[in-house]
Design a protein. Structure first.
Length: 101
């Protein structure tokens, strides 16, 4: 698949999640990679992209790889339950939207 596919999935997920995540105190923002990202972030993203490429070369089912930075939980949500719920919503939406395309 192309960058256009990934871009369309991210855009649709952002639009569809805006109200639900705002109600939880979060927003989904698409950010371009930073040149100073840590090695682990770059390596994780790269490995996902390689897996998609290999899958497509062999007729596999992978269409896209999404790298999600997980924010720190806010002090008032120190148990991470709200953050976990929001992250679950984001991942579920990315999967749902990417399988519909």
């Amino acid at each position: 698949m192309t960058n256009a596919f990934v871009s369309s999935v991210i855009h649709r997920a952002q639009v569809e999640l805006a109200d639900e995540l705002y109600g939880l105190g979060f927003k989904v923002a698409r950010e371009h990679p930073r040149a100073d990202n840590s090695y682990i972030c770059n390596d994780t993203n790269w490995r996902g992209l390689v897996a998609v490429g290999e899958s497509q070369e062999t007729g596999g089912r992978l269409k896209a790889s999404f790298f999600v930075h997980i924010p720190y939980a806010s002090p008032e949500h120190g148990d991470h339950a709200t953050l976990a719920r929001a992250l679950s919503v984001v991942i579920g939406k990315l999967v749902a939207v990417s399988t519909m395309a």
